[in-house]
Ligand binder design. Sequence first.
Ligand code: BES
Ligand code: MN
Ligand code: ZN
Length: 458
Amino acid sequence: MHETLIAAAEAPIPIRALSEADFDNLGDARLQALAATHRFKAKRGEALLVTGDDGALAEVLFGLGKGQPDPMSLRGLPGKLPAGDYVLKGDLDPRLSALAWAMGSYGFDRYKPREDKPRPRLVAPEGCDLEAVTAIAHACALARDMVNTPASDMGPLQIETVAREIASQYGATISVVTGDDLLEQGYPAVHAVGRAAASHRAPRIVEIGWNLDKTDLPLVALVGKGVVFDSGGLDIKPASGMRQMKKDMGGAAHALALGRMVMQARLPVRLVVLTPVVENAISGDAFRPGDVLSTRKGLTIEVGNTDAEGRVILSDALARASEHNPDLTIDFATLTGAARVALGPELPPFYTDDETLAADLAKAAKAEIDPIWRMPLWPGYRDAVDSDIADVRNDSAEWAQAGSVTAALFLQRFAPETGSWVHFDIFAWNPRARPGWPAGGEAQAIRGVFAMLKKRYG
Ligand code: BES
Ligand code: MN
Ligand code: ZN
């Protein structure tokens, strides 16, 4: 990975961040004439490359627009600059600026390497912890790489491998239960959803444990939906809906990336990361609409639709999490299309009944500029996941309509009763490219959650 943040540089090129008002008061005729030529007005995200007498790049003007400056707008800048070392002037938040720069330098180049030339690098602004910022940016890049990598190269074994690498890097324990062992070890729901896959892509549950012997520390459990490809199973998805389903392991990628942030920062917590990993495939052995599945918790699930597979595998993972008596359980899942209908691709909903946690999360995420929005675990819709012949059904009753809410209510039936629980229904994807936000895999909510965890436990 190219490092795009550095500690120091010799004669770095200054980037001057200016609001529109700052720009109007610049009082520099040469610069203003140049700006006019290039129609630069210091609008948010605009960049003006200023050359010196020798014709070389001497300075960059970066527009902050009107009103409260948004340091995240710096994500768009590295892609507009030639290779070189830069230093940021002006009073943007140093840590968020550095983070924005690093995240904006991300590109997915596994199959189509970007030209192998040095990229623009930013001298870490004074007052920002270079190592801490780099760790967060790397974790987000890991999540994005995992989501972007197609199912052919990011199958169950590859997710297990990523988890093993993270565990060994931080001295964590890891255990993996695979294939028919899932039945013996009490993960029947994970097995049912994943058993149709080819044997080399067998279902599994991956569990990382860190600091578990330090029993006086609070225990945080992270759970992530790891569907490496969601064909929809027998209730097969239409082509348009299936096209992006390599990203259906986004929850697992997010849980692993957040787990890595926690371990890297040595947060004083005990940590469990649980990712049920399956391919929702079609074969003669696939689970069927109408099947009644048993689960680790003992509740039975009537399968109304094999395409509502995420909540089924999460039921076993949440039941497993509760066996650790967690103080806090956080799950991430690309769970419903309905979440997108409600809030669109850039604003993941979260669900919790813990008012303090909801407030802490909202506040931390806002400060981190990592947008999330609370939605309700509306008790009036609880009946929508009742089944006539089993304890719950995986496709909620149509009358309730609110698909993301009813999916969350389904998970709530399996969530730990000790401590608090919060569920994120993430999209993990940028459907359109913007400078600094390339189309494809995106890390959502984990920076905000990490900030909340640091505040709470750090
Ligand atoms: N992985 C999908 C949800 C999804 C689709 C997330 C598109 C992001 C983008 C999930 O497994 C699914 O198919 N959910 C169904 C549930 C329905 C069958 C009850 C959905 O949302 O349509
Ligand atoms: Mn599905
Ligand atoms: Zn899915």
